[in-house]
Design a protein around this ligand. Sequence first.
Ligand code: URP
Ligand code: ZN
Ligand code: ZN
Length: 475
Amino acid sequence: MSLLIKNGEIVTATDRYVADVFVKDGTIVGIGKDLAAQGAGGTVIDASGQFVFPGFIDPHVHMELPFMGTVSADDFEAGTASGLAGGTTCIIDFCIPARGQSMLAMLAEWKSKAKKSVADYTCHMAVTGWGDGSAEEMRKVVQQEGVPSFKVFMAYKGAFMVDDGELYHVMQEAAKLGAIVAVHAENGDAVLHLQRELVAKGCLGPEYHPVSRPSSIEGEATNRALTLARLHGATAYIVHMTCRESVEALVRAKLEGQHCYGETCPQYLLLDDSVFTKPNFEGSSYVMSPPIRPPHMGHHDALWRGLANGMLDSVGTDHCPFTFEQKKMGKDNFTMIPNGAAGVEDRLQILYTYGVTEGRFDLQRLVELGSTNPARIFGLYPRKGTIAVGADADIVIYDPSTTGVRSAKTHFSKADRSIFEGFKVKGQPTTVIANGRVQFANGKLDVERGAGRFVARKPTPRVSPGAEQPAALRA
Ligand code: URP
Ligand code: ZN
Ligand code: ZN
């Protein structure tokens, strides 16, 4: 099967130029001027006036995640299809064992659920406790299973949360393995106490969710995670950063020479905490952790500037939708509202519109934040994350001349609410190619259940100057 994309403007993290792209058997095999279709039966797409982006990679999604007494609403098939419609051709999900459960056993379960994906996928392995076999399991996860990134939750006490001693061990082992540690940074003990005190006072509505998780406790946890990473020379990747305090902790670490990364999500850039006060329990649709922040106090500016100046490294979505019916589990108590919202389909249009066309960063940076950096950081590059000969033919053709409006009525996700409802967007993906096949064109999906592949990765060890652990303790 061959595919020729003609006359589009190719945009990578470093370049913009007009050329043709020739694809054969799922791989980019030629880039140049006036390429001719080779072989009979090939498809030719005229991309004149449109951008040709590498497929976007979402480094942070949760498909069919069992969480807070229910399961996130998009399964792997629906969630990856929703991603394709939004220009995301590869996802990094999370495999989350219960405390005490084997990582390898959970990975087998996760793989069997994920195999219905319509686009390529991989996962971060969550470590939710520490025992005698944990270090050896981490080694096998990296070296045998091709999963060189871990995840720790510093919040959700009694569920996924690890304590500082456990975090210490994860950072230590990850450093030895050259693996990355992704961190949900919030002080889970403080959250639990704030929640209990609010509930005891009768503060039960969704508007109290952000009150129970102030930005200071996110900043504190970010600093603590980075400190423990630094102790061992581990590479930390702070997920879904929402606030100034957290960005400041990351910037401090980077300025001190520590090798670390930061991710934010579109909702933290564009929404503010007034969403929680929407009437008729609609505020519950925005309940996620960490919460959406107030408009003052410089949170939004800190995030946008971090994206522009290189202090933040990527934009994921934390796609984790729950239907309104599911959200009603917390109608009498905000602490029971399942945390999460949809976003995998919105990211590209939102970032193009509010990032690029509003002059906050340029097109190459858009590609870097949403595709190339996730690929580089998590060991998918150069197979993914760029348009180059030899790379997977994951390609998004984007027409910048159109306008539209994001809505749950028109998105493909199973979520019945959109946190970007009514947001005006400029441009749209007109054709999305994954593995060399057109999977989305002119607003319609044409996907095949199970066509996505598990992508095994190798560690990408980086020198992380500033390891503070005494040499006598190092292996
Ligand atoms: O509220 C959120 N973010 N739900 C998904 C789980 C997580 O913390 O990433
Ligand atoms: Zn999280
Ligand atoms: Zn998440």
